[in-house]
Design a protein around this ligand. Sequence first.
Ligand code: FEO
Ligand code: CA
Ligand code: CA
Length: 663
Amino acid sequence: MTEQKPSRHLFRTSQLEEADGPGHNPTANPTMGEIIAARFSRRGFLRGSLAATAISATVSPLALLAADEARAEGTVEGSAFDFPEVDAGVDANHHVAQGYDADVLLRWGDKVFADAPEFDPKNQSEAAQERQFGYNNDFVGFIPLEGADDRGLLVVNHEYTNEHLMFPGIVTLKDGEISVADATEDRVNIEMAAHGGTIIEIRRVDGKWQPVLEGALNRRITAKTPMQISGPAAGHPRLQTVADPTGTKVLGTINNCAGGVTPWGTYIMAEENIHGYFMGALPEGHAEARNYERMGIPEESYAWGKFHDRFDISKEPNEPNRFGWIVEVDVMDPNSVPRKRTALGRFKHEGAESALAPDGRVVFYLGDDERFDYVYKFVTSGRYNPDDRAANMDLLDEGTLYVARFHEDGSLEWLPLTHGEGPLTAGNGFESQADVLIETRRAADLLGATPMDRPEDIQPNPETGRAYVMLTNNTKRKEVNAANPRAENAFGHIIEIIEDGGDLAATKGRWEIVVKCGDPSIAEVGATFSTATTENGWFGMPDNCAVDAEGRLWVSTDGNSPSDTGRTDGLWAVDVDGPARGTSRLFYRVPVGAELCGPCPTPDLTTFFVAVQHPGDGGEDWEGHGRPSYYEDLSTRWPDFRDDMPVRPAVVAISKQGGGKIG
Ligand code: FEO
Ligand code: CA
Ligand code: CA
């Protein structure tokens, strides 16, 4: 993965995530990374989609034979899964396990309303984009309507935009590198309309899902949608701006990565890499300097501040304090005002998956996706009322935010971020709970939280009182700890949290590593997939995940590539129980350049919705392209494969041919 800082106003996927927050260890020992990169870049570049075959030659023949037999039968002893595995590799299309269909449901530019304009990528406008499906779909949630299996609302985050893939005529190549023309106001406004989220009714007709463009609840949310700020930090002077002297009203939500659906059926959008949207410099000696430095603000990947003062911190120094929150949307009212719930803290929120504790309180697991940042959870003060939806609508304004300390002996402590307790006092610059929440990271630093290898999605299983934490990678780690045991962790790992007494609201627990990711055939990598895992079944860089209705874990990835792992990203089924624990197998893979997001199984387990994000963003290291990919010269034109259509991020519905349970 690329590690250089992005050039100003050129947004390449992963660069925001990879950009370093100051205060982090800036040094890197490249030895390990170089070993792996050299190995895969040679394979990936020379052999392309044959890379997976080449890799198999380094596994012991016996292990390979056993694994291949198991794969052919689709069974591994004790496994919860029995589908025939997909071959890992790289090409321009997506691939799903034999016996399944992967149908494109919604693409960037598709109508969200019956009266929306047809997608015309060469003449895109803000007004059209506001009525069409946005860019770079990430989180996907399904909210059944009236308890039906065949009708519901699909809620989808649009995390960010890739200008070089979206807009014709703006890229020139300089020394073989993509250079994007200076932003225009129209382009910025289209980008802002392509951010946010989509709420759209879908129905299953004759076994296939389709959007219902007449759906009364259909809605687009963008970077300009009016929102309310609620909870302990609402109205605080640090959130007040020229446009909003009350500190309670904000326009839009940005960089909505993963998210969640609450037990009462609201849609959660997590604001992640907000630093890239701000430009300019704080006035000399401004009080927010320390706060913004900890968040890497400003980072200037986008030029929005040229046309909208609020994204220029020299003009609106408090605006960044109004982003980095968890947003809750009432999907049953298309005119509802989304709420930024400050009680859940401000950081680079990956997602917010929730489940009920035995006493009815609601527990949200929260990752802060940056190297050496933390794992959090939020426990509501109030209890969920299954008989009164309205009574649940402000549960997220009151509760306790905790940060995790993973002890070396395998125990776990949840430390409360409560004003007045421990170091969270005026003496350390925290005058109130609002200050603790606005600078959650600094509060967690003082409490001694465990610095992690980029916490992404975290999925609780309320049946077992366990939660699965995706730690995607951290190539800058030098000092290891038990929960982050690999220096230069290029491929990430998965931790299982086992809450005391099976109670998700517990303040103590245990933890175990389910698997250290990467190629098990390279000893230096130190991967720990079970020996039943085939050469197709291993992966690097876990990112999003889902626990399905049967408690089975599914993991999607971000960062596999021809040169890093000889494969694209995809959806892997990972056994977590019994003798097959640590066995992984590939169910679906994406086209070149994409990452896979939002794995969302329906409650009846007959459909898996997945989000193919930034397809075509890459291909330099793939023999099928071998040069930069941009609007006029794309590495793939998935999913339309039409000369007059660019590549389009899309949500895909996966189902079993003839119906039935997936996996
Ligand atoms: Fe938007 Fe942490 O991935
Ligand atoms: Ca993610
Ligand atoms: Ca990621």
